[in-house]
Ligand binder design. Structure first.
Ligand code: CTP
Ligand code: MG
Length: 397
């Protein structure tokens, strides 16, 4: 018999608000985005993350409906979930969730059901970053220019580089969070979020990168945005293209790594990571298409964790970045200029490997350059990639 370990993490999903600003005629968590409610989408994200106890905090009188949504989202992990009744404020709702935690839990994440499209990877990243002393929140940089205003006048400018917009889930060591909640209750103070309450008790909070998809559904316009993002992919999307090139010289030890494959007996390429110029050109084309920066920013020498990494690691992470920003990969076309290796014998294998990691068709062609230039002299390899991506989010236009 396999014994499945009890999770040490719990996620409290607060869904007990009334949704005054959405004004959709029902408590916000039960408003439909598509055929599924805000709560159902939020819980599908939660159950797709690493296993955790899931406490759903529901509005009084709708506990049964919340239970139905929870069971539908949990699949065969319904044993991990339970529903409790919320309170008049968000803080009281979180308190109700805390009271329902299993004894085994040592890490607690608090998540707004209203952030219904939060990627599971964001939940996992918060879980992974919490320590016994430190709370963690996902944030996005503030893009607007900010002003302090009073009585119709602009009082002063605010330096936005010092600011960030907080998202959820917010993660904390359980004991310290419970003590901080008890102190807030005793002091009668309402905090704007769990991180503020935790910090007020004297504990440090760190931040990690949030994502655009974790936006909070607050107004009717936010609900429209969520509906756009979930529209079936057959719906006309907004197409964007990107280009990437990469050049590596032959050199170094070991075998060649190219197009995600190891080529025994072929001269390797030199470079940070494995020198796979095909993978690197694809990464730049995809990041460029989505307007997400370039390979140096996400994988350069300031990220030692990628030293020696192979194509699959780079491409899987790039796909995650695009998905989190609301993009689907359309296709990728790559051309390589090189005398060696003779590519045609392994083209199908390479295309299959790259396509599987990206979840989209990748085609690779190869040519020699009539002995001209550095590829023609056999000094290295030059690769150009073009990628298309599709978004349903008008804000990514
Ligand atoms: N929440 C809660 N209990 C409350 C108030 C809020 O569980 N008494 C939850 C909401 O369900 C939501 C999250 O806290 O998932 C963030 O709150 P918000 O977006 O403000 O939701 P509402 O309070 O429902 O919306 P509004 O403020 O417009 O009424
Ligand atoms: Mg509210």
């Amino acid at each position: 018999m396999t014994i499945i370990p009890v999770p040490r993490t719990a996620i409290i999903v607060v869904a007990a608000g009334s949704g005054t600003r959405l004004a959709a005629g029902a408590p916000k968590a039960f408003v439909g985005i598509d055929a599924r409610s805000i709560l159902r989408h939020a819980l599908e994200g939660v159950f797709a993350a690493a296993p955790a106890q899931v406490v759903v905090v529901a509005p009084a009188g709708l506990e049964g409906d919340a239970e139905t949504e929870m069971r539908a989202a949990a699949g065969d992990r319904g044993d991990l979930g339970r529903v409790v009744t919320g309170g008049a404020t968000r803080q009281q709702s979180v308190s109700a969730g805390l009271a329902a935690l299993w004894g085994d839990v040592d890490t607690v994440l608090v998540h707004d059901a209203a952030r219904a499209l939060t990627p599971p990877s964001q939940i996992d990243a918060v879980m992974a970053a919490v320590t016994a002393e430190v709370g963690v929140i996902p944030v996005l940089p503030v893009v607007d220019t900010l002003k302090k205003v009073a009585d119709g006048a602009v009082v002063s400018a605010v330096d936005r580089s010092e600011l960030a917009a907080a998202q959820t889930p917010q993660g904390f060591p359980r004991g310290l969070l419970e003590a901080a909640y008890a102190a807030a209750l005793a002091g009668g103070t309402e905090y704007t979020d769990d991180a503020a309450l935790f910090a007020a008790a004297g504990h440090p909070v760190r931040h990690i990168d949030g994502s655009e998809r974790a936006f909070k559904i607050t107004t009717p316009a936010d609900l429209e945005r969520a509906r756009h993002l979930l529209a079936p992919s057959a719906a006309p999307g907004i197409l964007r293209v990107g280009i990437g090139t990469d050049v590596h010289a032959f050199g170094g030890e070991g075998n060649l790594w190219l197009a995600g494959l190891e080529w025994p007996g072929e001269q390797p390429l030199s470079g940070h990571s494995d020198g796979d110029a095909v993978a690197h050109a694809i990464v730049d084309a995809l990041l460029g298409a989505a307007g997400l920066g370039d390979i140096g920013e996400h994988f350069g020498t300031s990220h030692p964790e990628y030293a020696g990494a192979h194509a699959e690691v780079f491409l899987a992470r790039t796909r995650e970045l695009l998905t989190a920003a609301g993009f689907r990969i359309g296709n990728v076309s790559v051309q390589m200029q090189a005398n060696r290796p003779r590519f045609s014998s392994r083209r199908i294998e390479a295309e299959r490997t790259l396509s599987a990691v990206l979840g989209a068709p990748v085609s690779v062609t190869a040519t020699t350059t009539d002995r001209l230039g550095f590829p023609g002299r056999g000094e290295g390899i030059s690769v150009t990639a073009v990628a298309s991506v599709v978004t349903q989010d008008p804000q990514n236009r």
